[in-house]
Ligand binder design. Structure first.
Ligand code: ZN
Length: 128
């Protein structure tokens, strides 16, 4: 079976640094030409195609835009996948932490939480 050369495009999640005391950081790219933000690991701006992307750190605050895990799978898998729109204007696929099924509706304010071992996605938690 041939080895696939496709590399999945992952959000720019904070890589473990070994220092678990530091707050989690979500990085994104801001285009120097059109000013748009993207959370994807990319070489060119998805809006205007410019290569002048600057890596910046997000505040980690955002809103649940859409829940991607079907309600019935939230019970079986335990992980709730959603799209989070960050205050900086980009969207990431994320895992909701401490989310009982149905308790975090779309539109809920969330903030970045420490990485979790059960997921490769950035983890968000509902604001108190
Ligand atoms: Zn651009």
């Amino acid at each position: 079976m041939p080895v696939s050369t496709l590399v999945p495009v992952a959000p720019l999640a904070a890589a473990p640094t070994g220092d678990e005391e530091t707050a989690p950081v979500l990085r994104y790219h801001r285009c120097g030409w059109c000013g748009s933000a993207t959370g994807r690991a990319t070489l060119l701006c998805p809006i205007c195609g410019s290569s002048e992307l600057q890596e910046q750190a997000s505040t980690g605050a955002g809103i649940v835009h859409r829940l991607l895990t079907p309600r019935h799978r939230q019970y079986t898998d335990g992980e709730t996948i959603c799209l989070v729109v960050l205050e900086e204007g980009f969207t990431v696929q994320a895992s909701l932490d401490d989310a009982l099924p149905g308790t975090v509706p779309e539109g809920t304010r969330v903030h970045l939480a420490p990485p979790a071992p059960h997921t490769h996605l950035p983890v968000f938690r509902a604001c108190a």
